[in-house]
Design a protein around this ligand. Structure first.
Ligand code: CAA
Length: 384
């Protein structure tokens, strides 16, 4: 029996802000963003969007295609939770019209937790072959205005159906894992923007990659040269380049695996969406599936990183015919349909984000599900 990703679908916010506009406001050369960090745009959520509405938009096509039979678990991975107690997947459960006989939960560890969710899902499917698990990664990445992280914001969600005999990716059983208690990036309960030690976070990311890779190999993982591509967590797409160079140096010093051209297909969506924390590595994967050549039967590597910090390296093999499962046009149309906003509107929205008390939101989203506002501390969602 093989287990892995049977279906995958993504969504993003309905607004877009160009980094050229940020650079102009800052009076700096846009090359720092376009080439230096490898980002051209960032998606932003509309007033009536959040992690739940993006998750619903990503997951709806999966439920539409596969129905709900055997779907008994939903795991929602996010760094940007909307309630300290109630799981975001409980809201999603109703919005997707899932049956009552489903367990739903939310998991957290910065940008890493979707990978943990997939591993948990694989365990469930291995025990109960007829069950399927919906894993959602959905995040809104926010930093303070005028901070070093400001250019690396973004918003996006990826939904994945985990099952036996998957149609997209067979995930191999070996994983390399790594954890260290550090303060590279964190978000205390009273803040909606992250705190970050930017340069240090890059350093810890690379240490974690090295540690997870060494653990992967120590547990019988495949050689680096056997990977057709590696998908990296991409807080900004140049981070994947740094990762590939580091991995090649330790894993294949005499080989050509550092070839950064091989990353090109994995960064197309992320360069336009920005950081989407838990969703970022799976957007990189989707970018490869949608924009890369047919790699049926090839092994793909995954390096998942969450600040604080946890890293995991694992591999999977693309299932022949996977291209026929994709919804490339839908995501590309969604990206093209985002409404561009200028610096003043971006700034206004950034400040207005932290609303408290009761309020109603404007009808802005391009999706079918809206975050309608807050009433007596309760978040209200409505389907159109
Ligand atoms: N043309 C081309 N390149 C230029 C340039 C220009 N005009 N100006 C600068 N650059 C290059 C620099 O040389 C540099 O390249 P290298 O990294 O190869 O040295 C790059 O652009 C960035 O420039 P700086 O290092 O000066 O940029 P910075 O210090 O202002 O910000 C950052 C970089 C610290 C990563 C910042 O974006 C940040 O704090 N981001 C948030 C934290 C983050 O994303 N960390 C990543 C690891 S943590 C993680 O992965 C978890 C997560 O999701 C948050």
């Amino acid at each position: 029996m093989t287990t892995g990703i049977h279906d995958i679908s993504a969504a993003t916010g309905s607004l877009v802000f160009a980094l050229a506009d940020l650079a102009e406001h800052e009076g700096i050369d846009v090359g720092k963003y376009h080439r230096g960090i490898g980002q051209t745009e960032m998606s932003l959520t509309a007033e009536d969007e959040d992690i739940v509405t993006m998750a619903a938009r990503a997951a709806a096509p999966i439920i539409e295609r596969h129905g709900t039979e055997g779907l008994r678990t939903v795991i929602f991975a996010t760094e940007s939770g909307i309630d300290q107690s109630k799981a975001a997947s409980v809201f999603l459960h109703r919005l997707l019209g899932l049956p009552r006989a489903v367990r739903v939960v939310e998991v957290k560890e910065a940008c890493y937790s979707a990978t943990a969710a997939i591993q948990f899902a694989l365990g469930i499917v291995a025990r109960r072959h007829d069950e399927r698990v919906l894993v959602i990664a959905s995040d809104v990445a926010r930093y303070e205005l005028n901070s070093s992280g400001e250019a690396t914001q973004g918003a996006g969600a990826v939904a994945m159906l985990i099952s036996e005999n998957p149609a997209v990716l067979e995930i191999e059983p070996v994983s390399g894992v790594w954890t260290d208690d550090v303060w590279d990036f964190w978000r205390p309960n009273d803040r909606s923007t992250a705190l970050v030690d930017g340069r240090y976070s890059v350093q810890v990311y690379l240490e974690s990659l090295e540690g997870a890779w060494n653990d992967y190999r120590a547990h019988g993982g495949a050689e680096f040269s056997s990977f057709a591509r590696v998908c990296y967590h991409q807080p900004f797409t140049r981070m994947a380049v740094k990762g590939q160079q580091r991995l090649a140096r330790i894993a294949d010093p005499d080989g050509e695996s550092a070839d950064i051209d091989r990353l090109a297909d994995t960064v197309e969506y992320n360069a336009r969406i920005g950081n989407s924390y838990t969703a970022s590595i799976y957007l990189a994967f989707l970018s490869l599936l949608d924009n890369g050549p047919d790699l049926s039967g090839e092994r793909i590597g995954f390096f998942s990183y969450g600040s604080g910090a946890v890293g995991e390296f694992f591999g999977g093999v693309l299932v022949p015919g996977y291209k026929s499962q994709l919804r490339t046009e839908e995501l590309q149309s969604m990206l093209a349909a985002r409404r561009p906003i200028g610096y003043d509107e971006y700034r206004h929205r950034h400040i207005a984000y932290d609303r408290v008390g009761d309020f109603e939101t404007a009808d802005e989203t391009h999706g079918d599900v809206r975050f309608a506002g807050v009433e007596q501390h309760k978040r209200l969602y409505e389907a159109r």
